[in-house]
Design a protein around this ligand. Structure first.
Ligand SMILES: NC(=O)c1ccc[n+]([C@@H]2O[C@H](COP(=O)([O-])OP(=O)(O)OC[C@H]3O[C@@H](n4cnc5c(N)ncnc54)[C@H](O)[C@@H]3O)[C@@H](O)[C@H]2O)c1
Length: 346
């Protein structure tokens, strides 16, 4: 049997442990797997582009577990009452190929993306960072906000979205979080003024310029989450030139990240090297550091394993016969015989 985890199950896991604890455990799990980077069989994700958006498959495996995620990105989905990003994923045993877990990954993607952002900022941002600009106040934004508040001690959020209703929704959702000050800003430049960390998490299917070089301040850390597809970027190329740039998996980010705007030889550092102490992160207080986040399959691998384990502890999930249970493994045909009850009814 395969365990099925629905949106409801993931919400119950979060209710049982609290979001700060789940985000922290996700960051720990993702960090541990990034530190095992060389143990994984990695490939850039496979993307299917259309005029409206993209659908992607994201596989990764180590010697014992294989996972993949199905995820889309359709920035105009809101007009049809659908989220921009929707996802589900599978965890399987490498030894047999048996799928052990089939899980929702829409909420989980928002949590794992925020946890990965904090993992990067922990290594790259100035210690003592307290103020974060949050540009793009849609579905991912509360998860980013709370991950940085609880995980990194961000106390002031400076918010901007071209859709004022999105910012109002974020403010309503986070109103009353102890120790968190929310400041709504008229534009991105105002939001970035005095920010230690800048998170961009907008959705638009074009080369947008959310952040331009004139908005940068010495020592800023940028967490650029929304530029994650060919032809879909958030940063002026001058921002990358001014920064030390860190990526998840370089072959994928060269194609999908804000990095796609830079020449092939533009220097970047893969995060796992920093986490293992093989490459420096921030070197000076005045460095501008940039995590050019696109989302890598390993983050979903870590998340699937963690959420599967937390569900098992809580007795959540339903066993489903995704794969036939055969008395004789060579007799698949027997599965087509109608159950006795149906034969009687006929
Ligand atoms: N890097 C990753 O791992 C990762 C993971 C998940 C989602 N994403 C990306 O994050 C982005 C946001 O996802 P979401 O689910 O929150 O989408 P969403 O559609 O719910 O929210 C996006 C918000 O961006 C706002 N926006 C668009 N253009 C803007 C601009 N110029 N200035 C300010 N705000 C602007 C929109 O009004 C909207 O409220 C998407 O681009 C998605 O592909 C990346």
């Amino acid at each position: 049997m395969t365990t099925l985890l629905t949106t409801h199950d993931i919400a119950r896991i979060v209710a049982a442990h609290g979001l700060p604890s789940v985000l922290r455990r996700l960051e720990e799990a993702i960090t541990a797997d990034f530190r095992r980077w060389l143990a994984f069989d990695k490939v850039a994700r496979v993307a299917s582009h259309s005029a409206a958006g993209v659908i992607e498959l994201m596989p990764v495996a180590d010697a014992t577990h294989y996972s993949f995620k199905y995820v889309n990105g359709h920035p105009l989905n809101g007009l049809q009452g659908l989220p921009t990003v929707m996802a589900f994923g599978v965890l399987a045993d490498v030894a047999t190929g048996r799928p052990t877990l089939l899980s929702e990954l829409t909420i989980t993607t928002a949590m794992r993306t925020a946890a990965t952002s904090v993992m990067a900022a922990r290594a790259l941002a100035r210690s003592g960072s307290r103020t974060m600009a949050l540009i793009g106040n849609g579905a991912q934004s509360e998860f980013q906000a709370l991950a940085f508040h609880h995980g990194l001690g961000i106390t002031t959020l400076r918010l901007h979205d071209t859709d004022a209703a999105a910012t109002a929704k974020l403010v309503a959702n986070l109103q009353g979080v102890p120790g968190l000050i929310l400041q709504v800003c008229a534009d991105t430049a105002e939001a970035l003024r005095g920010a230690d960390i800048v998170t961009t998490v907008t959705a638009d299917k074009r080369n947008a310029v959310i952040v331009s070089p004139d908005m940068l301040e010495p020592g800023m850390h940028l967490n650029a989450v929304g530029g994650d597809c060919p032809g879909k970027t958030e940063l002026h190329p001058g921002v990358l030139s001014a920064a030390r740039v860190f990526v998840e998996y370089e072959p994928q980010t060269r194609v999908e990240g804000d990095l796609q705007q830079m020449p092939a030889g533009f220097a970047v550092t893969e995060l796992w090297r920093v986490l293992l102490g093989q490459a420096p992160g921030r070197q000076h207080e005045t460095d501008v550091t940039l995590f050019d986040s696109v989302g890598f399959a390993l983050e979903d691998f870590s998340a699937l394993r963690l959420m599967g384990a937390l569900a098992a502890e809580l007795g959540l999930g339903r066993e489903v016969d995704l794969i036939p249970a055969l008395a004789d493994p060579k007799d698949l045909f027997s599965q087509l015989r109608a159950p006795a009850s149906q034969r009687r009814a006929a």
